[in-house]
Design a protein around this ligand. Structure first.
Ligand code: SAH
Length: 600
């Protein structure tokens, strides 16, 4: 199941930081967003209104440590659609008041209670149903889904008007609710996987207690017992036929559910044979059914019923409701909601991310999402630390081991058992970093480790050191440029010299990565000698050290002035071209450096 997005705690000044940190401890992966220039926290923003609207539009729960009125005014233009809003709360910056504002159906009152308990105050709950019954009847726990929100609201207003209700089925979360209950009541809360028939004296809640197993022989796009390898699936089927096939599988499941009067919202997961792990049609089908996709090993052999998959994957007692070998669909019905994480296994993932140069606000959101979803995090120890805060349940395989291939193979081994692995690099993972090592490991290892191929591999880009340094200096990479690593660990020095000559001669701006280290003391001087054969001593050079990290420095000098002692392994060296220029920026004798877009 997709985990809930961690909330963003938004503060305006230093006075709120302590309260923010206390709230932060309640939510895994949660970050404190602070107004730039006023206070430093995990993420900085420049304008409150824009930032709150951004978070709201992305569905991120918001805990704003400021006046409720400010929050309301900021998000007001976005408030038309009540169905999909995230929880929004205002909390007094000294922690003395917790006010749930929006997101009643997304659990805002639950959050308000949690935060208030941590701050030792009473939450300002104003929802009538919740006040009266001690719980939000319309917000059942994970694993249950309300059949119809409009009917739900009518039902609760009937209860508030004085009616009582029966409860039919298992609703353990309502045990402690102060609901007016009566066995002879006209109204009923019915917890059932059966579809709601539209009666308005019922509040129907579906437990996610049904699992659909699908083998789908002959569904096209290679789905089914006679399919080929994953590679064939990818090449033989165009995007259209995959989409059609995904839709067809979803339709078959809907038909089977319909035949038994089951509600689609009762579905807990779509279960398919492990050998189809990389099949996009199944991903489409699960997405269209809005359930997680799970896999079971071995499953049915050719011609065997899909119910064998259920047998292989389910760890709770269930009843087989439907077993159609021709259509390749079987349904299991359990007595209670089933946690999809316990059904068969999931497809393992390996996501290679770049953290950017260092500060959290220069990490792309997709990398943060991958980190939030990770079960295992691998990488060089310094970077793994930079990737935090991590949750206690996330396994960190930090190492100062520089053996990158070994780390890459380890990542595939973990991911092929179904874990969600994130490999961290600094900057961009594809620039002198782990992405290439990961692909090398895959190409070498896939033939001997067949299950590595079914790992869902993704590479998330990041802000590379050259970009981050350039942005601080101005726009030195504004025209043609190249990136060179001066490390001769993995390539001969002669190649480096040759490339330097060609790049210098071509008048490219050059960004030097790995410019110098204790083990490589003379190489930078040699490189600069070569560049000086082609470039004037007045050529602009930008040195960025620890950009985006504490204690960062940025210097602009000339090629003539540059000494290798100005540079260490945490420095990015950008050597300008013949057109790179600079002018005073008006701050402490600093300057803007840029390379014009035109060329003569
Ligand atoms: N993948 C990284 C580069 C790794 S190579 C990226 O895209 O940025 C490591 C080299 O990158 C260092 O020797 C240094 O030259 C440069 N570098 C990495 N982070 C830096 C930072 N925060 N400030 C300046 N240079 C940095």
């Amino acid at each position: 199941m997709a985990r809930l997005t961690p909330p963003a705690i938004v503060i305006l000044g230093a006075g709120a930081l302590e309260t923010a940190r206390r709230i932060q401890m309640l939510y895994a992966g949660c970050q404190v967003h602070a107004l730039q220039g006023r206070v430093e926290a995990d993420v900085s923003y420049t304008e409150l209104r824009t930032h709150l609207c951004d978070l709201y539009a992305r569905g991120t729960p918001i805990i704003a440590l400021c006046a409720a009125g400010i929050v309301i005014r900021c998000v007001a233009p976005l408030l038309s659609n009540k169905g999909v809003e995230p929880p929004v709360l205002a909390v007094a910056e000294d922690g003395s008041a917790v006010v749930p504002l929006l997101g009643g159906l997304a659990g805002v009152n639950v959050m308000a209670r949690e935060i208030a308990a941590a701050l030792n105050v009473s939450p300002a709950i104003t929802t009538s149903g919740e006040l009266r019954f001690g719980t939000c009847v319309l917000n059942p726990p994970e694993g249950y889904a309300l059949a119809d929100i409009a009917q739900g609201k009518r039902f609760v207003s009937d209860l508030l008007a004085g009616e009582s209700t029966r409860i039919e089925g298992e609703a353990p979360w309502l045990d402690d609710a102060q609901l007016p209950r009566s066995e002879s009541a006209r109204l009923a809360i019915r917890v059932t996987p059966r579809a709601w028939d539209g009666r308005d004296d019922e509040l129907v809640i579906h437990p996610r207690s049904v699992v659909a197993a699908v083998t789908v022989p002959g569904a096209g796009a290679g789905v089914g017992a006679h399919s080929n390898t994953d590679t064939d699936l990818g090449t033989n089927s165009g995007a259209d036929s995959q989409t059609a096939s995904g839709a067809r599988i979803a339709a078959l499941v809907h038909e089977a559910l319909g035949a038994h009067g089951l509600a689609p919202l009762s579905l807990a997961a779509l279960l398919v044979p492990s050998e189809h792990m990389a099949n996009p049609a199944l991903v489409d089908a699960a997405a269209s059914l809005n359930v997680p996709l799970r896999f079971a090993q071995a499953g049915p052999e050719d011609g065997e019923p899909p119910s064998n998959l259920l047998h292989a994957a389910l760890r709770v007692p269930y009843q087989t409701l439907h077993d159609d070998a021709d259509a390749g669909v079987a349904l299991a019905l359990a007595a209670l909601a089933i946690d999809p994480d316990t059904i068969g296994r999931t497809r393992g993932r390996l996501t290679v991310i770049g953290l950017g140069p260092g500060s959290a606000d220069l990490m792309v959101p997709a990398a943060r999402t991958a980190l939030n979803e990770a079960t295992d995090i691998l990488g060089y120890e310094t970077y793994v630390k930079m990737a935090g805060p991590l949750r206690a349940d996330q396994r960190v395989h930090g190492t100062d081991n520089r053996e990158e291939m070994q780390r890459a193979r380890h990542a595939f081994e973990l991911a092929s058992t179904g874990r969600s692995v994130v490999m961290v690099s600094s900057g961009d993972p594809g620039v002198f970093a782990m992405a290439a090592a990961v692909l090398e490991a895959l190409e070498e290892g896939a033939s001997t480790n067949a299950d590595w191929r079914s790992v869902q591999l993704a590479i998330v880009p990041g802000v590379s050191a050259a970009m981050a340094t350039a942005a601080q200096a101005g726009a030195p990479l504004g025209h043609d440029f190249c990136m060179l690593s001066l490390s001769d660990n993995l390539k001969p020095w002669t190649i480096i010299e040759k490339r330097l000559r060609h790049a210098a001669e071509a008048d490219l701006v050059m960004a030097f990565y790995n410019p110098i280290s204790r083990a490589r003391p003379w190489q930078l001087d040699k490189a600069l000698d070569i560049v000086r054969e082609y470039r004037a001593a007045a050529t602009k050079v930008v040195l960025g050290r620890d950009i985006g990290r504490p204690g960062s420095t940025l210097r602009t000098i000339t090629l003539g002035e540059l000494r290798s002692s100005d540079v260490d392994m945490r420095t990015m060296v950008i050597v300008g071209s013949s057109t790179t220029r600079a002018f005073a920026n008006g701050v402490d004798g600093g300057e803007w450096v840029y390379t014009p877009r035109w060329y003569e």
